[in-house]
Design a protein around this ligand. Structure first.
Ligand SMILES: Cc1cc2nc3c(=O)[nH]c(=O)nc-3n(C[C@H](O)[C@H](O)[C@H](O)COP(=O)(O)OP(=O)(O)OC[C@H]3O[C@@H](n4cnc5c(N)ncnc54)[C@H](O)[C@@H]3O)c2cc1C
Ligand code: SF4
Length: 561
């Protein structure tokens, strides 16, 4: 049995230290370098790092290519203004194009987006797996078959539950409101050990407590002989017939790295995997490549209390309310330091200043909607664009989520509640009528999203998906996708455990190994309330023939070399 209680969460001892840091900086590669390995893994985030580590421990020689740099805990200053440009792609300003702009931040560095994520861990909800089996022919993805892989990932990442005393007042007021309303919720399970509740997870953990893949899986891969090339961007997958023979990458030093290999695993994330495959004429036959983008959009409600909240103290995402998960609504903590609130408050000038002066009394919690909307990723003139429009059903779900969260805050004793809806914004005296009475359009909402998925989705049928059940790209012998893009539908929960679990399963498949037999059972498992079955199905499953044809043309397959 693996402990998951408060002692395990606080225990920061015995962290894994590799014998050698096998990381090479791309800025030092100025000419051409050729390396020969069994497997080349592109990307070192939630998907890439687990595959690389498992393959290396299984005896393969592995090269990991990562476009971002390698950062150590000493680089983490905990100051948002230093860390955002360093750890986030486009300094965190990635945004979607559609009927409402959605900020969609992505990490870039060894560890990928796990470097800057909130550390929340949920297993894939069982109704979602059931729908994958039913709608996408992924018949072997049963909870029983995945359980040994979930256990392995949770052990590698030290997934444990946040203790109440580290959760912070921002979580405790929400718990108070939820308890008063008898709504279901709990403290979150996280991949953290020795966490002190410093409140800056999304700006890089300054204490090495957050167990992101850059300090867990990647060093273990080094110990098993793998090498990470950081500051190296894969641009071409070299194909001979239906087989990949290698990868060509540009280095930060202006040089070229050629990796000759027998297996290529693409794990660049849901936004960057489709363009890389498309550029190389891979995965485009079904017309699904780049399509089917779910983002799990979210918004945040703020509330002003008499009591001190100080949302800079405690674990920022430490509590969730899943009472309405069946409707596709999850509430999760969204605290952080003052700079974080300042950059997201939907007010300006004097009003912004006035509220920031009340920082110590402000609380903030997120509303996440399991989206029915679907977007797409495209590459135009060398630039990746993300198209996404919110369908009216999702706008209504947001209205319901915002209303419910406002009710919860009133119940918890809030004096004022702020909803990020243009024309409403501030409510007083337990009165949510300004929000109830308003006709909402997508553009009235202020949205962010942290969980892009589905753009190279798994489907056993080559005409409906990009990769098969083992995550092999349809139509190829040895190119695989092991990241968020292979996840076929919305999950309704945070995705890193799902991604790492499917990636681990892929590695075992490539090694020809059985599922691990001796992984300890955790004392407690994080399972959120369940999505209703309709929401677990991808909307694009029902796309019309003409839309499908248009999609097929946009990423039309080119002949393989
Ligand atoms: C602020 C924030 C908070 C989040 N919080 C949570 C949370 O609490 N729990 C949770 O489950 N999820 C969370 N997520 C989401 C989660 O971290 C991601 O879903 C997950 O990391 C995606 O894994 P991935 O392997 O698909 O991609 P990533 O982790 O993004 O890794 C992809 C890597 O590939 C690299 N890359 C891209 N193109 C190339 C190329 N051509 N050559 C070489 N390298 C390339 C990128 O630089 C990147 O490092 C959060 C996300 C954000 C932004
Ligand atoms: S709360 Fe602080 S110590 Fe804990 S994981 Fe987040 S950044 Fe690290």
């Amino acid at each position: 049995m693996r402990p998951t209680g408060p002692d395990a969460y606080r225990d920061g001892t015995d962290m894994f230290v590799p014998r050698e840091e096998r990381v090479e900086s791309g800025s030092a590669i100025r000419g051409e370098r050729v390396v020969r390995v069994d497997a080349c893994v592109i990307g070192t985030g939630a998907g890439g790092a687990p595959v690389a580590k498992e393959l290396a421990e299984g005896g393969m020689s592995v090269a990991m290519l990562e476009e971002g740099e390698h950062f150590t805990t000493d680089d983490m200053t905990a100051r948002p203004r230093d860390m955002t440009p360093l750890l986030y792609r486009e300094a965190g300003q990635t945004v979607t194009v559609g009927n409402v702009p959605v900020m969609l931040p992505l990490g870039r560095g060894v560890g990928g987006t796990t470097l800057i994520n909130s550390g929340t861990c949920f297993r894939t909800p069982e109704p979602v797996l059931a729908k994958w089996r039913e709608s996408f022919g992924l018949t072997s993805l049963t909870p029983e078959a995945l359980d040994p892989f979930f256990r392995r990932v949770e052990r590698e990442l030290s997934v444990t539950q946040v203790p109440a005393e580290l959760a912070g007042n921002n979580a405790l007021v929400v718990k108070r409101g939820a308890d008063a309303l008898c709504w279901s919720g709990d403290f979150i399970h996280r991949n953290a050990r020795g966490c002190v509740g410093s409140g800056v997870c999304v700006f890089g953990c300054p204490t090495s407590a957050k167990q992101h893949t850059g300090i867990t899986y990647v060093p273990k891969a080094w110990d098993a002989g793998a090498t990470t090339y950081a500051g190296v961007r894969a641009r071409e997958i070299v194909m001979r017939g239906g087989r990949a023979a290698g990868v060509i990458a540009s280095t930060a030093g202006g040089g070229t790295l050629r990796v000759e290999c027998d297996t290529v695993v693409v794990a660049c994330g849901a936004i960057h995997t489709p363009p890389l495959l498309a550029r190389n004429g891979l995965g485009g036959r079904s017309g699904e490549l780049g399509e089917n983008l779910a983002i799990h959009p979210c918004s945040a409600v703020r509330a002003l209390f008499e009591e001190e909240i100080d949302m800079a103290r405690g674990v920022p995402q430490s509590y969730y309310v899943d009472e309405f998960a069946g409707e596709g609504i999850m509430f999760e903590g969204a605290a952080g330091p003052p700079d974080y609130l300042a950059s997201t408050l939907p007010f300006n000038r004097e009003r912004h200043r006035e509220l920031m002066l009340e920082f110590k009394h402000l609380a903030q919690f997120g509303v996440m909607v399991s989206d029915r909307s679907r977007g797409r990723v495209r590459e135009r003139l060398g630039r990746t664009t993300i198209e996404y429009s919110l369908v009216p059903e999702d706008v209504e779900t947001f209205r319901r989520g915002l209303e419910l969260l406002a009710d919860l805050y009133w119940e918890a004793g809030a004096r004022r509640v702020f909803v990020p809806v243009s024309g409403v914004q501030e409510m007083h005296g337990r009165d949510s009528r300004p929000l109830h009475g308003r006709r909402l359009r997508a553009r009235d909402l202020t949205l962010m999203a942290f969980h892009p998925l589905g753009t190279a989705r798994a489907d056993a049928r080559p005409e409906h998906g990009v990769v098969d059940e083992s995550l092999r790209v349809h139509g190829t012998d040895n190119v695989y996708v092991a990241d968020a893009s292979a996840i076929p539908s919305s999950l309704g929960v945070n995705p890193q455990i799902t991604i790492a679990t499917l990636a681990t399963r892929l590695a075992f498949h490539l090694l020809g190994s059985e599922a691990p037999a001796d992984e300890p059972h955790p004392e407690t498992v994080a399972r959120a309330g369940q999505l209703d079955s309709e929401r677990a199905i991808s909307r694009s499953n029902t796309r019309s023939g003409s839309t499908r044809a248009k999609a097929a043309r946009a990423f039309a397959p080119r002949p393989t070399r």
